[in-house]
Design a protein around this ligand. Structure first.
Ligand code: ADP
Length: 166
C-alpha cells in the first residue's frame, strides 16, 4: 500500500488544496494530510479549527473517499513519514515562485529520510494564483471568496471578520 503525505498549514484550506487532495487520492492508496502545528507561521485559525475545516471540506467536497486521513504534526515531517511508512510527500506547484523553496524542502526531506520522495502536482489553472493568505486578506475586507474556498471556510472566514470587529 502506497502512503503519501500532503503537508501544509491550511490556514485555511482552499479549493486549490482540495484539488490536490482529490487527485492524490486517486493516484495513491492512502493520503495523510499533515497539518503543521506550531511552525513559525502565525495563523488566523487555530490548529483544531484548521483540522475541523479540512474534515468538513472533505465530508462535503469528497464524500466518497475513504483513503484520506488528517493528522496534526509538530515535529520533522521526515520523522513522521518514517513512523507511518509514507514513501512520498505530495506538494502543489503553482508558479515558478514556488519552485525554489519546494526543491529545497524536497532535498532536505530526502536527506533526512532517504526513502522519502517528493511528487510535485501541477495546480489547476483556476487556482494558480490562489493561496490561503490572499483568501484571508480579501475576506478581511468582506469580499466574496465563495468560489475559491469550500462553503464551510467561507462561513468561518465571515465569523472571524465579525469576531475581529466585536
Ligand atoms: P505551507 O505552509 O506548507 O506552504 P500551504 O497550506 O500554504 O502550506 O500549502 C500546502 C501545499 O499546498 C503546498 O504544497 C502548496 O504549494 C500547495 N498549494 C497551496 N495553494 C495551492 C493551490 N491554489 N493550488 C495547488 N496547490 C496549492
Amino acid at each position: 500500500m502506497t502512503t503519501v503525505l500532503y503537508p501544509g498549514t491550511f490556514d485555511p484550506i482552499t479549493n486549490g488544496h482540495l484539488d490536490i487532495i482529490d487527485r492524490s487520492s486517486r493516484v495513491f492508496d492512502r493520503v495523510v494530510i499533515t497539518l503543521a502545528v506550531n511552525n513559525a507561521k502565525q495563523t488566523l485559525f487555530t490548529a483544531d479549527e484548521r483540522e475541523a475545516l479540512i474534515r468538513e471540506a472533505l465530508r462535503t467536497g469528497l464524500p466518497d473517499r475513504t483513503n484520506i486521513e488528517v493528522v496534526q504534526t509538530s515535529g520533522l515531517l521526515a520523522e513522521f513519514a518514517r513512523s507511518v511508512g509514507a514513501v512520498a510527500v505530495v506538494r502543489g506547484l503553482r508558479t515558478l515562485g514556488d519552485f525554489e523553496y519546494e526543491m529545497q524542502m524536497a532535498l532536505m526531506n530526502r536527506r533526512l529520510y532517504g526513502e522519502l520522495s517528493t511528487f510535485f502536482m501541477a495546480a489547476d489553472e483556476r487556482y494558480i494564483h490562489l493561496n490561503s493568505s490572499i483568501v484571508r486578506e480579501v475576506a478581511r475586507y468582506g469580499a466574496d471568496v465563495s468560489d475559491l474556498v469550500p462553503e464551510c471556510v467561507a462561513v468561518a472566514l465571515r465569523g472571524k471578520v465579525v469576531e475581529s470587529r466585536a
